[in-house]
Design a protein around this ligand. Structure first.
Ligand SMILES: Cc1cc2nc3c(=O)[nH]c(=O)nc-3n(C[C@H](O)[C@H](O)[C@H](O)COP(=O)(O)O)c2cc1C
Length: 211
């Protein structure tokens, strides 16, 4: 089967991309409006793309009625956002926060998630999240009338105690119940892993030759 994207509607492109590029990490993005309202919502068009500068990217689409999402408005107006990562205990709250509430309703209050202050920005982070990155907008690419790509720089990180060794910065995977997005309303935990050794070219050819 071959599919020419030129023949597809936007929803069909979305369906094909979002159901095959899985699992995707989830940025549970918290922002503060210029009026002081704390907002949070999940975004799975998300990943980290560089470490120097430390760069994250979000894909923000308008709502079905064409309205700009609160997260997009707040990032445009304040230049600040927090990427909170999602583990199993806060997955339900993350899902509830995806309901298109009016801007005057705070998902923190609805879900019972706890506001915690950031060090370098005025937006609140989610205290229950295993990891939170304080970010400042680098640039917003307006791909179309419906889709913004937000590029941001990570300035500060909060990690739940016990997850990362403070000497080596190694993550203890057994304590990290991170959740990935599949598609529709499906999610997946990281329950197993396997290792594939990275070799130098010399090592690779030595092993191929049985040496
Ligand atoms: C797991 C998950 C991932 C989502 N990812 C995105 C995304 O990448 N981009 C987007 O525009 N909306 C995404 N949404 C929908 C938004 O979370 C939803 O529209 C939310 O109400 C926006 O809230 P806001 O207006 O407070 O920013 C996602 C929803 C869920 C449940």
């Amino acid at each position: 089967m071959e599919i020419d994207f030129a023949d597809l509607s936007g929803p069909d492109r979305y369906k094909l991309l979002s159901s095959t590029v899985i699992p995707r990490p989830i940025a549970f993005v918290s922002t503060r409006s210029t009026g002081g309202q704390d907002n949070c919502a999940p975004y799975s068009f998300f990943n980290c793309f560089a470490e120097k500068p430390a760069t994250v990217v979000l894909g923000l689409q308008v709502r079905a009625d064409g309205a700009v999402k609160d997260t997009a408005t707040n990032i445009r107006e304040t230049g600040e956002f927090v990427v909170n990562l999602v583990d199993r205990p806060i997955a339900e709250a993350m899902s509830t926060s995806a309901i298109d509430f009016d801007p005057d309703i705070s998902e923190f209050d609805l879900t019972g998630l706890t506001r915690a202050p950031c060090r370098t920005i005025s937006a609140m982070r989610i205290a229950e999240a295993p990891v939170s990155f304080e970010c400042r907008r680098t640039v917003i690419l307006q791909l179309s009338a419906e889709r913004d790509i937000v590029v941001g720089e990570v300035h500060y990180m909060h990690v739940r105690d016990g997850l990362i060794d403070p000497e080596t910065f190694r993550l203890d995977l057994s304590k990290y119940q991170i959740v990935g997005r599949l598609f529709a309303d499906l999610y997946t935990p990281v329950e197993t892993s396997f290792a594939l050794e990275r070799m130098t070219p010399e090592e690779y050819f030595r092993r191929q030759g049985g040496g």
